[in-house]
Design a protein around this ligand. Structure first.
Ligand code: 5GP
Length: 200
């Protein structure tokens, strides 16, 4: 069976990547890898759907048991990708989507050079700040921390395969979907396709 693709999507907190990706998932079948985190659960989030919310001790145990493919600390909390969420599904032929930050994305690219990296950017840092404030889930201090983190992340987007601006939702969704579809087609094994065409 052909191994599934690994698609890595990053973008600063508040850039709307969650909304873009949930629309993309309506159009394209993608297996979403649920990360583990030590951050507090936010209102509206569901354990096991948005993240697996675990303690610092549990997270550190997963690291020492080598059950984590990549991890990072972000705004004082651990975030990590579970190895089996990715490898088992890819081996079953499913395309796997990781929604992770830039350090993790660079590590994934090192470990899996065939991963496709997509960065979703806000139209501007000012607009990002406005969206974070409107979300109303973080304190002013956390918003300031997330804005300066966003500036650092946007600078890293130069290493991504694609940068997509989320100004207008519909366009951003269409751009991300087009990238995934094009990468899926280009990732196909040409020899196998040619032999199937010739032998059918
Ligand atoms: P949030 O707290 O807003 O849900 O996420 C903060 C940041 O952590 C986001 O940029 C998100 O993409 C990233 N993140 C979520 N899960 C993981 C993960 O498993 N690994 C890494 N490296 N980053 C993650």
């Amino acid at each position: 069976m052909k191994k599934g693709m690994l698609i890595v999507v990053s973008g600063p907190s508040g850039c709307g990547k969650g909304t873009v990706l949930s629309e993309v998932k309506k159009e394209i079948e993608l297996s979403y890898s649920v990360s583990v985190t030590t951050r507090e659960i936010r209102e509206g989030e569901v354990d096991g759907i948005n993240y697996h919310y675990i303690s610092k001790k549990e997270f550190e145990d997963l690291i020492s048991e080598e059950k984590i493919l990549e991890y990072t600390t972000y705004c004082g909390n651990y975030y990590g990708t579970l190895r089996e969420e990715v490898e088992e599904r890819r081996n079953q032929g499913h395309d796997v989507l990781l929604e992770i930050e830039v350090v993790g994305a660079a590590n994934v690219k090192r470990l899996c050079p065939d991963a496709v990296l997509i960065f979703i950017a806000p139209p501007s840092v000012k607009e990002l700040e406005r969206r974070l404030r409107k979300r109303g889930t973080e304190t002013e201090e956390v918003i300031a921390e997330r804005v300066s983190q966003a500036e650092r992340e946007i600078k890293c987007s130069v290493d991504y395969d694609y940068i997509i601006i989320n100004g207008e939702l519909e366009k951003a969704v269409n751009d991300v979907s087009s990238v995934i579809i094009a990468e899926k087609v280009s990732a196909q094994n040409k020899e196998q396709i040619i032999s199937e065409v010739l032998n059918q």
